[in-house]
Design a binder for this molecule. Structure first.
Ligand code: AMP
Ligand code: ZN
Length: 476
C-alpha cells in the first residue's frame, strides 16, 4: 500500500514520503476564535482528521504529530470583544470571547467525531518565537522596519508566489493589497504592527520602541516551527488560504531558516456552499455547526454529528461541496441501515480492511470508500459475514460510527420534544413483539395505534439476521 497525496505545490498526486517515518508531522490552520464555527469551517477539521487517522494507522499512533492552532489575536476578535462586552476592559473582554469560542469549537468538532490534534497551540503563547523569526528575517535582509511596523520584503525572495503559482502582477490584483505609506513595495506584508491603545500588545522586535502585535501569517510560521521544526511533512487548510496566507507562511519560514521548503506537501480542501449558494450572513443561509447539531436548521430535523461527518466525506476533499438538506436525509437513512447491519457483525481482525485502505490511501478518496460501504452493506445483507465485518470496521475507522445504535442516528435529537423517550418506546415494542410472536394481532395493533397517537410510527421489517424486527420513526 502506498499513500498518495495531491500536493498544491507541485500540482500533482505524489507518493507520500515522510521526512522521518518515526515522526510524521502535520500542521493545519485552525480557527480564529471570535464566532461560532460554520459548517464550511468543519470541512478542513473533518478532512484532516481522516488524514490524521490514516497516518496513525500507517505509521503508528505514537509516530504522528498533528498541530492545529488557535488564532487568538486578530482584529475580528477585538471588534467582537468591544461589541459584546463594552463595559469590560478590552483585554478581559478579548479573553472572554476567545475562551468561550474555543470551548464551543471543541464541543462542535468533538460532536463531529474528530480526534483532538496532538497539540493545539495558541498564537498568544508563541510571541517569543514570532519575535525570533522577525529578528532572523531582518538579519537576513528579508524584512525591514518602517514607521513602527516590520514588513516582509517580497522582492528579497526569488521564488515568492510559487505555491499560489501567480505572477507578482496577478497577486497584486488578487490580494487587493493596501498601498500603505510604510511599505517599500505594494506586495510587502506585515510581520508586526503597533497596537492601538487598549489592544493586546507585546514588546516589539527590531528595536521598535512602542509595543505591538504580530501579523496573522507570522503566527502560523512560529507555531509550526515550535512544534514541528523548521521543516515538516504536511501543511493543510482550506483552498482560500493558499494565497496570501500560506504563500506568506512559506516565505517567512523558508527565508528565516534558509531552506527551500517549509512543508513537503501542501493540501487544500475545496469550498462548501449551501443549497447552491455561497454561504453568507446576508443571504440568510449561514449555517453553524451548532445549529445543525442542536436546532431545527433544515425543517424539523436535527442531525447526529456522524450524519454531518459522513455527508462531508461523501465528496472528495478537493471538490466543492453543495451542502443540502436532501443529502443529509439520504445520509441519515444510509448510515442507520449500515449501522444496523454492522452492529450485528463480528468485527474483522484488521483495523481497516485492505480494500478500504487502498481506496483511502489514494489521496483520501472518501467517496470511493462510501461506494465500498454500499457494496459491503449489500453483500452483508445477503449473508456475507466478511462483508459485514468490513462494513463494521470501515465505519469505525472513518469515525462515522462510534457505537451508536441505528435508532440513535435516525431519531437523533428528538428526545427534547414531548415525544415519548426511547425507553418508553422500547417499553411498547417489546410486548408488541411478544404479541406478534403469539399471533395476537389485536393486541399488536392496539399497541401500534397507541404509539401512533403519541407521534411514533412503527415499521415492521427484517433485521440483518433475517428475523422480524420493528423499528420506529417520528410521524411527519
Ligand atoms: P477562517 O475561520 O475563515 O479562518 O477559516 C477556518 C478554516 O475553514 C480555514 O481552513 C478555511 O479555509 C476553512 N473554510 C472557511 N470557509 C469554508 C468553506 N465555505 N468551505 C470549506 N472550508 C472553509
Ligand atoms: Zn495558518
Amino acid at each position: 500500500m502506498e499513500l498518495r497525496l495531491y500536493n498544491t505545490l507541485t500540482k500533482e498526486k505524489q507518493p507520500f514520503r515522510p521526512l522521518d517515518p518515526a515522526s510524521v508531522r502535520m500542521y493545519v490552520c485552525g480557527p480564529t476564535v471570535y464566532d461560532f464555527a460554520h459548517i464550511g469551517n468543519a470541512r478542513p477539521v473533518i478532512v484532516f482528521d481522516v488524514l490524521f487517522r490514516l497516518l496513525r494507522h500507517v505509521y503508528g499512533a505514537d509516530h504522528v504529530t498533528y498541530v492545529r492552532n488557535i488564532t487568538d489575536v486578530d482584529d475580528k476578535i477585538n471588534a467582537r470583544a468591544a461589541r459584546d462586552f463594552p463595559d469590560l476592559p478590552l483585554n478581559e473582554a478579548i479573553r472572554k470571547v476567545t475562551e468561550e469560542t474555543e470551548k464551543q469549537f471543541h464541543a462542535d468538532v468533538d460532536a463531529l467525531g474528530c480526534l483532538r490534534p496532538s497539540v493545539e497551540p495558541r498564537a498568544t503563547e508563541h510571541i517569543p518565537e514570532m519575535r525570533a523569526i522577525i529578528e532572523k528575517l531582518i538579519e537576513g535582509g528579508h524584512a525591514y522596519v518602517e514607521q513602527d511596523h516590520v514588513l516582509f520584503a517580497v522582492a528579497s525572495m526569488k521564488n515568492y508566489g510559487r505555491l499560489a503559482r501567480r505572477s507578482l502582477d496577478e497577486m497584486l490584483a488578487g490580494a487587493r493589497v493596501d498601498i500603505a505609506p510604510y511599505k517599500r513595495d505594494a506586495m510587502d506584508f506585515v510581520l508586526w504592527k503597533p497596537s492601538k491603545p487598549g489592544e493586546p500588545s507585546w514588546p516589539s522586535p527590531g528595536g521598535i520602541a512602542v509595543e505591538g502585535r504580530p501579523g496573522w501569517h507570522l503566527e502560523c510560521s512560529a507555531m509550526a516551527w515550535k512544534h514541528l521544526g523548521e521543516q515538516f511533512d504536511i501543511h493543510g487548510g482550506g483552498i482560500d488560504l493558499v494565497f496570501p496566507h500560506h504563500e506568506n507562511e512559506l516565505a517567512q519560514t523558508c527565508c528565516a531558516f534558509h531552506h527551500d521548503r517549509m512543508a513537503n506537501v501542501w493540501m487544500h480542501n475545496g469550498f462548501l456552499q449551501v443549497e447552491g449558494e455561497k454561504m453568507s450572513k446576508s443571504l440568510g443561509n449561514f449555517v453553524t455547526i451548532r445549529e445543525l447539531l442542536a436546532t431545527t436548521a433544515f425543517g424539523a430535523s436535527k442531525w447526529h454529528g456522524a450524519v454531518l461527518r459522513l455527508a462531508m466525506l461523501m465528496t472528495h476533499y478537493r471538490q466543492p461541496i453543495d451542502w443540502t438538506a436532501e443529502r443529509l436525509v439520504e445520509v441519515r437513512k444510509a448510515l442507520a441501515e449500515w449501522i444496523n447491519v454492522a452492529a450485528a457483525a463480528k468485527p474483522s481482525a484488521t483495523v481497516l480492511p485492505q480494500e478500504s485502505l487502498e481506496v483511502l490511501a489514494d489521496d483520501l478518496n472518501t467517496p470511493g470508500v462510501v461506494t465500498m460501504l454500499h457494496a459491503f452493506h449489500r453483500e452483508a445483507r445477503s449473508g456475507n459475514a466478511e462483508a459485514a465485518a468490513y462494513l463494521h470496521n470501515t465505519l469505525r475507522f472513518l469515525g462515522v460510527w462510534n457505537g451508536e445504535t441505528a435508532d440513535e442516528i435516525a431519531n437523533y435529537g428528538l428526545d427534547a420534544s414531548d415525544l415519548p423517550s426511547r425507553e418508553e418506546i422500547d417499553g411498547y415494542i417489546a410486548p408488541r413483539t411478544a404479541a406478534r410472536a403469539a399471533k395476537n394481532w389485536d393486541e399488536s395493533d392496539r399497541i401500534r395505534d397507541e404509539l401512533a397517537a403519541k407521534g411514533i410510527v412503527l415499521k415492521d421489517g427484517k433485521g440483518a439476521d433475517g428475523k422480524p424486527m420493528t423499528t420506529w420513526e417520528v410521524a411527519r
